[in-house]
Design a protein around this ligand. Structure first.
Ligand code: GSH
Length: 202
């Protein structure tokens, strides 16, 4: 059994993806907190593990691996049960596509709102960018609502990495004060369904 050390931060939605996948699969690891609020991700010792200065990083038997998606793929290969990827190649491709859109486009919209409400000094904040970020968030919520039509989960009937990615980033959306519009009935029901899983507390 490999020795796993997760470099983590409780409020990080990307680290949460890895924590949820581990909880779902019942995989234990050592954890080290990287205090993002204090800038610990930019310390030379951490940059040796992850030159991008981000969490999560998983050190596997001494080898650091970064990017939440790559870490979860490693977990899927080494701990295949319960599976977080469907078996059918087309269904797998669909799950990967949803995770990719969530982690790139949707995250971009969330970051636009975050930098203009929390990060930039007040004088440099842009209401226009906040509005654009919120427009893109609403668009992606509507897209996910459509993807869920007639399905329990984003990958169909199997709880998958697409659900984990969407749940963690919609959690980030809600932490920014942007709730799921109740008119998105499929998405609201899905949120409650995933929230009821023990792994959501990871
Ligand atoms: N694509 C990366 C994104 C990692 C990422 O952006 N992590 C954020 C926290 S959610 C971070 O470490 N930010 C610290 C910084 O940028 O200084 C992944 O999926 O692991």
């Amino acid at each position: 059994m490999a020795h796993l050390v997760l470099y983590d931060f409780p409020r990080s939605s990307n680290a949460r993806k890895v924590r949820m996948a581990m909880a779902e699969k019942g995989v234990a690891c050592e954890k080290v907190t990287v205090d993002l609020a204090a800038g610990a991700q930019r310390k030379p010792d951490y940059l040796k593990l992850n030159p991008h200065g981000k969490v999560p990083t998983m050190v596997i038997d001494g080898t650091p691996i970064y990017e939440s998606t790559a870490i979860i793929e490693y977990l899927e290969e080494t701990h295949p049960n319960p599976p977080l990827m469907p078996k059918d190649p087309v269904a797998r491709a669909r799950v990967r596509a949803i995770e990719e859109v969530i982690d790139s486009n949707f995250m971009g919209a969330l970051r636009l709102v975050r930098i203009n409400t929390m990060v930039r000094p007040a004088a440099e904040r842009s209401e226009k960018e906040i509005e654009e970020g919120k427009r893109q968030i609403a668009w992606h919520n509507e897209w996910l609502d459509r993807e869920l039509q007639g399905h329990q989960f984003l990958g169909g009937d199997l709880f998958s990495v697409a659900d984990i990615a969407a749940f963690c980033q919609i959690g980030f959306q809600r932490a920014l004060g942007v709730e799921i519009d109740p008119k998105f009935k499929n998405l609201s029901a899905w949120w409650a369904r995933v929230d009821a899983r023990p792994c959501s507390k990871a």
